[in-house]
Design a binder for this molecule. Structure first.
Ligand SMILES: [Zn+2]
Length: 742
């Protein structure tokens, strides 16, 4: 290959240096988030140290990294939480996104200018006593010894207890009308109080300085009230993959799914079953309450697997257990409540023949757990953020139901007899909402601030905007004067998942979230990509004022961060994409740094070598005979940061658990977990064997016949997750779980 060394003097065309006189915010903040596309290189370790004060943080503030996901090619998404004098500022966080240790985006919410005394505070014991004397319940949950003992047994932790945790946090009153200014924040003990008599499930905030009750809130989110309708039938049918457990001491089976860390229990144990574990002698769960519990338990396993297939082992990536409580005396259908070591989904009792043990509802509640562990949408009761939280929970409620059942119905909680919420037309949602006009006075909004449907009291109603957006993005269609071409539900749910995890924050508003969806899509699919265009159109359709991108322009496509080693191993290529420009006869002119050795070939730029690894700007111009000129430029950084891929699935633990009861001497599978190939050895092989690989939802993914005792199966194209390998050889049948990680 002929190598051309092209050098241009660029100073006349571009301003290369740092823009002096601009503040950090002016340089990087676009109104909703920070974009680091300047010539200055900022590494992940510098962001909240060297540049800490640029974000408005002070000497007493610190950003602590809480979760960090790094892919095999170095892309990272990291969450940082704000601490003031060592105490968490509730809801204050930053999401940081980048590549090979170099930051590209940051978004979030910080409380700046805090000035809080943390020295003279009351003790934890006093704070709990103040909280308990305020409620003065007859029977707290931890006073029920059997219930308390069952928790210790289940979690295999003698210290596990329902006695309240009291954690010091800096927080403001959970009132949407009180602004997030620093003087509204106090240091408080956050105490979760649960009682049986009367039924209490509340977080109470005790002012750590004077012991006053600062605030109290009910569990984070809950479903809507529902009390009648047509007869419910058990919609999941009969399944043989219900995760149950028969322990030495238990004579009967219990709803304990050991591999998945899911347990389904009764909230209270004052009925015929003697204790809180729901048991069945022959594992068939036919009696009504047991059937409801088993339905919920089966559904929870499907939801767990969906998130596992997204690389998420429990809501906190580290196998946080999930507890379903049935027969809960709550007035709503369901609620989600986090504890530090456990996610709890509470389901109300069956009423009028209706059970709420529905797949989409369980998926909705568990999605709240995912959001709680990521963007904490609405944790301070900011109303838009709460509405977004409900909208995402509905989207993944419906999506996960479809993942498990094989089809998408685009409704939510339809198993109640009539659907509660609808994606295609949120205005037709079941009209039980409490809206501004009182109970049962409205359905849901289909676009932002829609008169008569937008609610300042019910976040589920406003979640309709997100549902409608997702419906249009997945299926396409025209709405509100905008036409959207379909991206399909898989791509759309990827965009939704990425956004709620890494591009939103606790008090984000609906319009900010709309901008962030666009940012997330550009970052993952490219500017002027079809995904970008359809996300913009679908957001405009549901009432957000987002400009249609001008794609009648040239855009450089290629890496912006290059690992130094990569450079020595192979050449790096960029291409200039002309998008919607119709004149294809123009010419490309590349502007390349003097220290680079490159080859150009029309719209392609190949970097062969560099003299130094300073950050550089490259640019391209596309010009036509008719005088049309379009230019694009990007900054390229060279990374010498140390980064390693994170493994959020402790695969050894998963394998150990899944293989508990299906160990077969007849086959050997290795490596397991695997990345791309798996070797299968069949002992006692005769003439041929059939190998089938199933996803955990039961779908057959791959099927082959082997005529050898040893076979290598290529699983490169499989998504990371757990699979079942089933082998038929002669009259023998073997099952083994396979874990694929990347
Ligand atoms: Zn909800």
């Amino acid at each position: 290959m002929r190598k051309n060394l092209l050098c241009f003097s660029l100073l006349s065309l571009f301003s290369w240096g740092v823009s002096f006189g601009q503040s950090f915010n002016e340089r990087y903040f676009n109104g909703t988030s920070y974009i680091f596309n300047d010539i200055e290189k900022i590494t992940q370790s510098e962001l909240f140290t060297t540049f800490k004060y640029e974000f408005g943080l002070g000497n007493n503030d610190e950003m602590i990294q809480t979760n960090n996901v790094v892919t095999k090619d170095g892309k990272f998404t990291t969450k940082y939480e704000q601490y003031y004098k060592g105490y968490r500022v509730q809801g204050a966080m930053m999401n940081v996104i980048g590549d090979k240790g170099i930051v590209k985006h940051a978004n979030g919410f910080l409380v700046k200018g805090l000035n809080i005394d943390t020295q003279n505070i009351i003790s934890k014991e006093d704070a709990i006593n103040y909280a308990l004397s305020y409620f003065n319940a007859d029977l707290y949950v931890w006073e029920d010894s059997l219930y308390e003992q069952a928790l210790k047994t289940e979690l295999n932790n003698p210290d596990a207890t329902y006695y309240p945790e009291a954690n010091l946090v800096i927080t403001k009153k959970k009132d949407n009308n009180i602004p997030h200014s620093p003087q509204n924040y106090r240091l408080c003990y956050r105490i979760k109080v649960e009682a049986f008599e009367p039924v209490i499930s509340k977080n109470i905030y005790i002012d750590a300085i004077n012991g006053d009750i600062f605030d109290q809130i009910k569990p984070h989110t809950n479903g809507q009230t529902y009390d009648n309708g047509t007869i419910w039938t058990w919609y999941n049918g009969y399944h043989t993959n219900l995760g149950t457990f028969k322990c030495d001491l238990c004579i009967r089976y219990a709803l304990i799914d050991k591999p998945r860390k899911i347990t389904t229990v009764k909230y209270k144990h004052n009925d015929e079953f003697n204790d809180y574990l729901i048991k069945d002698a022959n594992n068939n769960w036919v009696e009504d309450k047991r059937k409801t519990a088993a339905s919920a338990h089966w559904a929870a396993a499907r939801v767990w697997d969906y998130y596992l297939n997204r690389g998420r082992w429990g809501s906190n990536y580290q196998g946080k257990p999930l507890r379903i409580q049935t027969e809960h005396p709550i007035p709503q259908n369901a609620h989600y409540e986090p504890k530090s070591y456990l996610d709890i989904i509470a389901l109300r009792q069956d009423k009028n023949g209706h059970s709420v043990a529905m797949l989409d509802l369980i998926a909705h509640e568990y999605t709240h757990a995912m959001i709680y562990e990521s963007s904490e949408l609405g944790i301070n009761q900011d109303f838009d953020a709460l509405s977004l939280n409900e909208g995402y929970a509905d989207i993944f409620g419906m999506k996960i139901e479809g993942y498990a059942l094989g089809y998408y119905d685009w409704t939510f909680a339809e198993n109640m007899g009539t659907y509660q919420r609808n994606f295609a037309d949120p205005n037709t949602d079941f009209g039980q909402y409490y809206t501004n006009n009182g109970p049962n006075s409205g359905a849901s909004a289909a676009y932002y601030l829609q008169p008569g449907y937008w609610s300042s009291v019910n976040p589920h109603a406003n979640g309709g905007v997100l549902r409608k957006w997702f419906y249009l993005l997945s299926n396409g269609g025209s709405f509100n004067g905008n036409t959207v071409l379909p991206l399909g539900i898989e791509t759309s749910s990827d965009i939704a998942y990425i956004t709620f995890n890494w591009w939103l924050w606790s008090n984000v508003t609906y319009p900010q979230a709309a901008n962030q969806k666009v940012m997330a899509t550009i970052a993952h699919y490219g500017i002027c990509s079809n995904e970008h265009k359809q996300v913009v159109r679908s957001l405009r359709a549901v009432g957000f004022d987002i400009n249609i991108p001008n794609c009648f322009a040239v855009v450089i496509d290629g890496p912006t961060i290059i690992e130094q080693e990569e450079l020595y191993e192979s050449s790096i290529t960029w291409s200039a994409n002309i998008n919607e420009i119709t004149d294809l006869n123009g010419k490309f002119t590349w502007y390349i740094p003097e220290s680079w050795n490159v080859t150009t070939n029309g719209n392609e730029l190949i970097l062969n070598d560099v003299i130094n690894t300073n950050s550089q700007k490259i640019a391209v111009t596309y010009s036509t005979d008719t005088g049309f000129i379009s230019t694009d430029s990007i900054v390229v950084h060279f990374s010498d940061e140390i980064w390693t891929q994170t493994n959020n699935m402790p695969s050894q633990e998963i394998i150990k658990n899944f293989d508990n009861n299906i160990i077969e001497n007849g086959i050997e599978i290795y490596p397991n977990p695997t990345i791309s190939d798996v070797n299968i050895l069949i002992n006692g092989f005769t003439t041929k064997a059939d190998i089938e690989i199933y996803a955990l939802n039961g779908n057959l993914i791959k099927k082959l016949t082997t005529y050898s005792y040893s076979t290598i199966v290529d699983v490169k194209d499989f998504k990371p997750g757990i699979y079942l390998i089933r082998i038929k050889s002669g009259n023998k049948l073997f099952n083994k779980k396979l874990s694929i990680v990347r």
